[in-house]
Design a protein around this ligand. Structure first.
Ligand code: NAD
Ligand code: ZN
Length: 358
């Protein structure tokens, strides 16, 4: 048996208002006055007070990015080209401020500034050769675990797949729960459920070990407090931020499962976003995750969240075929969920019937 040797985020700050410490955190990492820090910020913050607190110096730059669509390899390539054109030297660092979309873009651009070619060539496992430039993640919505993970999920020309590598994790993460204050309720639910589903898939997977279990159980307990108990808003923000962290840690040593495999298919074909896509799938997975789905429905009920219906109602056979192939392509997810003989359990037809319910 060979055991994986995982990198982790080496530095993390946690606390309400910790965003104000960003300037002093970045200072020692500045290479010189020519090499800027580039801040990728979700455009929902354009014109908001947060922007006045971004510690800009010299030729530092803010690039506002829409998270309307999930990150694409071409978008990463374009950002890398733009940065290389604009500055004579490599930046001192990239700082991503936003949800999973912005965090993943920051990781991917930091990697691609030092690695040649298109980001699409690195989608997969351990294909990245050179270390990224210094990169910092600052989540403004909790749930994906992108702040701790060793992947950056990108839509490429042929597939939606992460760049999974030891160079992907952030060098620094800043967790300031206050930044999540403005998240709309539905989005709070969908992105938070990404964390909940990470826990269920990890804890019920065949890859589970005590390492994953310890993080998964803590994250699940926190999700239960946030979504089923009546705790204060401030407490809830703190706890969900830590749930996301632990949920992400839990899948480092294990994997996600069926909801994620199917949600990637939905996203690839229809552009359905990760959080809502997971929920759309997960509600129909009671045969595989009975307790998890039952509690999910209680949470949905408590917060009066309605999910859209008929998403796959008018798809052609070819379209179902594309989704199924994308989904079956994620072999480790199926292996984790169903074991080595997963192909016998999840047949083409069974998966088709599941997609047809959505
Ligand atoms: P997101 O980043 O797409 O943001 C969702 C919405 O919330 C956007 O409209 C955004 O503008 C808004 N928002 C964010 N912060 C806000 C705030 N403080 N106030 C008001 N609005 C705010 O959503 P997400 O669910 O965090 O991320 C989804 C992405 O994460 C997907 O692309 C998915 O592939 C990726 N992901 C990555 C990993 C990983 O390990 N790298 C894991 C899971 C998901
Ligand atoms: Zn997820």
């Amino acid at each position: 048996m060979r055991y994986r040797n995982f990198p982790m985020v080496p530095r993390v700050v946690f606390g309400n208002g910790s965003f104000l410490q960003l300037g002093e955190i970045l200072m020692p990492k500045r290479k010189n006055s020519e090499a800027p820090f580039i801040f990728f910020i979700d455009d929902v913050f354009e014109g908001q007070p947060l922007i006045t607190e971004v510690p800009l110096l010299f030729n530092d730059q803010i690039i506002f990015i829409s998270s309307e669509e999930e990150p694409k390899t071409e978008q990463v390539d374009a950002l890398v080209a733009k940065i290389k054109e604009s500055f004579p030297v490599l930046p001192s660092g990239i700082i991503g401020i936003g949800g999973g979309t912005l965090l993943d873009l920051a990781k991917a651009v930091a990697l691609m500034l030092t690695n040649d070619g298109s980001a699409a060539a690195y989608q997969g496992w351990d294909l990245v050769k050179k270390p990224a430039i210094y990169h910092v993640g600052i989540p403004t919505i909790s749930g994906t675990g992108a702040e701790v993970s060793r992947t950056t999920v990108l839509m490429g020309p042929e597939k939606k797949l992460g760049i999974n590598s030891d160079h992907t994790p952030f060098d620094q993460v800043l967790l300031d729960p206050k930044l999540t204050q403005g998240v709309p309720k539905e989005q709070w639910f969908f992105t938070g459920m990404d964390c909940y589903i990470h826990c269920i898939e990890s804890l019920n997977g065949t890859y589970l070990n005590a390492f994953s279990q310890s993080y998964g159980e803590k994250a699940l307990e926190l999700c239960h407090e946030v979504y089923l108990k009546d705790i204060s808003k401030e407490d809830s923000r703190d706890k969900l931020m830590m749930a996301s962290w632990h949920g992400g840690m839990s899948i480092a040593y294990s994997q996600v499962g069926i909801a994620h495999a199917m949600s990637y298919g939905l996203s690839y074909l229809l552009g359905v976003k990760h959080g809502i896509g997971n929920c759309l799938v997960f509600q129909y997975l009671e045969e595989f995750y009975p307790e998890g789905v039952k509690v999910f429905k209680q949470m949905q009920e408590k917060h009066q969240i309605k999910l859209p219906t008929g998403i796959c109602a008018h798809l052609s056979e070819e379209q179902f075929d594309i989704m199924i192939n994308v989904s079956f392509g994620l072999v480790p997810l199926w292996e984790n969920a169903l074991g080595d003989n997963w192909k016998e359990i999840m047949t083409y037809d069974r998966l088709l019937q599941l997609f047809k319910k959505i």
